[in-house]
Design a binder for this molecule. Structure first.
Ligand SMILES: [Zn+2]
Length: 257
């Protein structure tokens, strides 16, 4: 298997997974979406809430605030030395005190750990009117996307690599693509944006010299992070998790006599 980078920035990593198969590609996607842990608010104690939103609604909004995650300093509660009781290695306290008139933003939540803060500081939480107050203590923990979508590290998807074969005159191919992803260089057809090509085959339907098919061993992947982790970190963590799972399975198999 090989990985060929196509595009990378702060929020997105696009690559081609080569010499693989759809089962492996989907396992990788599922591991990234549902096994890589990220931090999110899980418990809120309201001391004062005069806002227009009920405690439950505010708690739900707070749970969905993406928090920058540090996987080196924090452990999943069930894997922590405290055995799930809660300690500074697996829990982070956050507090907020605000008095209206004001709009409360994610950046107003004070964290006990300066590294762990809201990814989007200007995310509005609630508006407070004159003399309305909001005070709460919240607990953030690491969790996995398979437990709750608030722990999902991002949107990860893949599609089959488009194979385009041509013969004869293909000079009009550029105009045949409804998404304008094709480019002709000499006698060769190049796909400008692999993710945009939906294998719709409109080009092949309108020109007998073009043949389009999905690759069975190469896949175009996109990792779009919500910001808690860097996109490449999501991929690396998912591989570590899969490796650990396979090691555990190998140990179990060895026990069978
Ligand atoms: Zn702990």
């Amino acid at each position: 298997m090989k990985i060929e980078k196509i595009k990378e920035d702060k929020n997105r990593f696009v690559f081609v997974l080569k010499d693989s198969n759809d089962v492996t590609a989907n396992t990788l996607r599922r591991a990234m979406m549902s096994e890589v842990p990220v931090m999110a608010i899980d418990e809120v104690n309201f001391h004062k809430n005069d806002s227009a939103l009920f405690d439950e609604m505010l708690a739900l909004r707070l749970g969905l605030v993406p928090l920058i995650t540090d996987l080196k300093s924090y452990k999943l509660k069930e894997e922590c030395t405290c055995k799930g009781e809660g300690c500074p290695k697996c829990e982070l306290m956050l507090i907020l005190k605000a008095k209206g008139p004001i709009t409360v933003y994610a950046k107003d939540i004070q964290s006990n750990d300066p590294k762990i803060k809201a990814v989007y500081p200007d995310l509005p939480i609630v508006k407070l009117d004159e003399n309305q107050e909001l005070e709460f203590e919240a607990k953030a923990v690491l969790g996995k996307g398979k437990e709750h979508s608030k722990y999902s590290p991002g949107l990860i998807y893949f599609k089959a690599y488009s194979i385009i074969e041509t013969k004869g005159n293909v000079s009009n191919i550029k105009n045949l693509c409804p998404k304008d992803v094709l480019e002709v260089k000499g006698n060769k057809v190049i796909i400008k944006d692999l993710l945009k090509c939906d294998l719709c085959e409109v080009c092949a339907e309108n020109n007998n010299n073009i043949f389009v098919k999905p690759s069975e061993k190469n896949f175009v992947f996109a990792i779009e992070t919500w910001g808690q982790l860097q996109p490449k970190q999501i991929l690396i963590e998912s591989l570590n998790i899969m490796e650990k799972k396979l090691e555990n399975l190998a140990k179990e198999i060895k026990k069978i006599k």
